[in-house]
Design a protein around this ligand. Structure first.
Ligand code: HEC
Length: 185
């Protein structure tokens, strides 16, 4: 015999299943932009995203790196890029920026990552869907986030904050994709 609380439990399970169904109907990872185009750093990207590659920025003097950059892409981005040579709309790239320190180790002179400085986040948007937002344009949404503040960007205008430095990557949709072994065949 079904007692009232068993029925309530069953109802709850049904509601949960419906909610899961609704979530499953939304393709891809959780969006990183709100309706106005404000971006945030996707939670758990280190596990949920695909590792693209790393950059080591050499120190101004002496051996070793002063910064390490680790770049991740939203699920499916690598396979799609290999197929078409471009990231599909909605692809999210996260570049994690860390300080680095250098020491003599048994493998040689070695740098390793230390403190998190923050993140660059870019979202592919070839249709330029936020024409009035100064952080969107040229096929991407663009933002920087200081460490500890993954929900609120300090960027105000991608032309000023990003675009000048990405000019050399014009031929590859403004991103430095030739630097990622995982994207090459
Ligand atoms: C000082 C120059 C500079 C500025 C400013 C800059 N970038 Fe970059 N960005 C680069 C370079 C160079 C790379 C690749 C090498 C590296 O990480 O050192 C890169 C890499 C990236 C990557 C990883 C994908 C790729 O292109 O390889 C993302 C994402 C990114 N930048 C987003 C942004 C966003 C968003 C902004 C503005 C908020 C921005 N960048 C501002 C120079 C810059």
């Amino acid at each position: 015999m079904l007692r009232p609380h068993t029925l309530m439990l069953a109802g709850g399970a049904l509601a949960a299943a419906l909610a899961l169904g609704a979530a499953a109907a939304t393709p891809g990872p959780a969006p990183v932009a709100d309706a106005k185009g404000a971006l945030h750093v996707p939670a758990g990207y280190q596990k949920a995203y695909e590792y693209l590659g790393s950059w080591s920025v050499a120190g101004d003097s002496g051996a070793g790196a002063k910064e390490m950059h680790t770049v991740y892409a939203s699920p499916g981005a690598t396979a799609a890029f290999k197929r078409t040579g471009h990231f599909p709309d909605g692809t999210v790239l996260v570049k994690e920026v860390r300080s680095a320190t250098t020491a003599s180790m048994t493998t040689g002179t070695v740098s390793h990552s230390t403190d998190l400085k923050g993140w660059f986040v870019a979202v592919r948007d070839s249709k330029n869907t936020h024409p009035g937002n100064p952080l969107w344009g040229d096929g991407w949404g663009w933002s920087w986030f200081d460490a500890g503040k993954p929900m609120r960007t300090t960027s105000t205008d991608y032309h000023k904050d990003c675009f000048g430095c990405h000019q050399p990557a014009k031929a590859t949709d403004w991103m430095y994709t030739p630097g990622y072994p995982t994207l090459q065949h």
